[in-house]
Write a protein of this length. Structure first.
Length: 48
């Protein structure tokens, strides 16, 4: 549950350009990018 909460929070960068968390967090960027490609997450991406 914690991972789902974290990945959801980090993906807020897609809708808020001022939310810049990637700089200085290379391992977290790698983790987020890897999980973002999972089919289970891709199926839940909101369509605006």
């Amino acid at each position: 549950m914690a991972q789902l909460t974290l990945i959801t929070a980090l993906q807020l960068e897609q809708w808020n350009p001022d939310f810049r968390w990637r700089e200085g967090h290379p391992r977290l960027v790698e983790w987020c990018d890897r999980l973002s490609d999972r089919a289970s997450l891709l199926k839940t991406v909101p369509v605006l």
